[in-house]
Write a protein that binds this ligand. Sequence first.
Ligand code: ZN
Length: 303
Amino acid sequence: MLFDNNETRVGPTGVKKDLFLMKGRNDKLRKGKRFEIPEYLSNMGLNAYEFSAGRMTNFSDTPIYEKFRANSKKFNVAISIHAPYYISLTSETPEIYEKSIERLAKTYAWAVWLNAKRIVVHPGTYGKSKIKRNLIQMIIDGINLAIEFSKDLYPKLKEKFKDICLCPETMGKLGQIGTTEQIIEICNEVGTNKTRPAIDFGHLYTRNIGKIIGKNLYMPVFEKIEQNLGKNIVENLHIHYSKIEYTGKGEKMHHTNDSNWGPNIEPLFKIIKEQGYKPILINESPELESDAKKLMDLWKKMS
Ligand SMILES: [Zn+2]
C-alpha cells in the first residue's frame, strides 16, 4: 500500500563531516561526497536518512543528486526530507503565509530530486496575535494549497508527487502547534493519502514537561493514531527520536542518547516489536550517525 515500509528502519538526520570518510585509492580514507551518504550509512548497518533542508532557501537538481537518488536505491536507504523551518502556516501576515505555501510546494520537487518519499514539516506557532483565528484550519488550507500549487509549478513531476507523503510533526514547545491530537486532526482533514503524522517522541516528552515517561509516553500515541487514522498508518509511522532537555515552556535542547534526559528508547522498541510496527525512526541527537548506529544495534538485539 501507499507509504508502506517493508521493515523497521533507522537513520540519522545528517552526517558528521569529521566521521564521514570513504575508502579511496589504495584503501586510503578520504572525505565522503554527498552522493555517497547512502553507501556510507549502509556500511554502518543503517537504512534511513533524513535530509535537513531546514535552513535551505534554494535547491536544484544536479548530477550530484542524480547519483544520490541512484545510491539511495542501490543501498536501500529510505530518504525523507525536513522542510525549511521558516515555513509558517499560521502566520498572520498574508505575505508570509503565501510565501510559506509556495515554499512548501517547492519542497515537493526537492523531495523528488532526493528520492525522498516523506516531507516532514513543522505546522506553526500560536504567536502573539490577539485576533482570533482558526490556526488548525489555516494549516489544513495551507497544506492543501501547497499540494495543488506544487503541481502547477512542476507539471512534469506531478505524477511523482503522488508517492510523496507530507508528515506534519508533533512539536516540543508549548507555544508551537503540534500535539498528537492536532497532528491527527490535520492528517484526517487533508487525507491519509497525502499526509501522515511525524511523531517526535522527544518533543512529546518535553511538551509534557517530562511528566509522562516509559510505556505511558508511547502507547497512548499509537492507540490514538490507530483509532483515528487506522491500522495501516500506525504500522508505518515516521518517528523522530532523541533525548531532549526541557524547561516549563517545553523543549530546550537536544542531547546525546546517553544523557540522563528522557525519553528512553527501550519501551519504544519493545512496543514496535510486540505490535509488529515498521516505522522509519530518525535519530535527531547531536551524535547523528553514531547514535543512530547505537539505536540500530539495540533494535537488532531486541527484535
Ligand atoms: Zn522537526
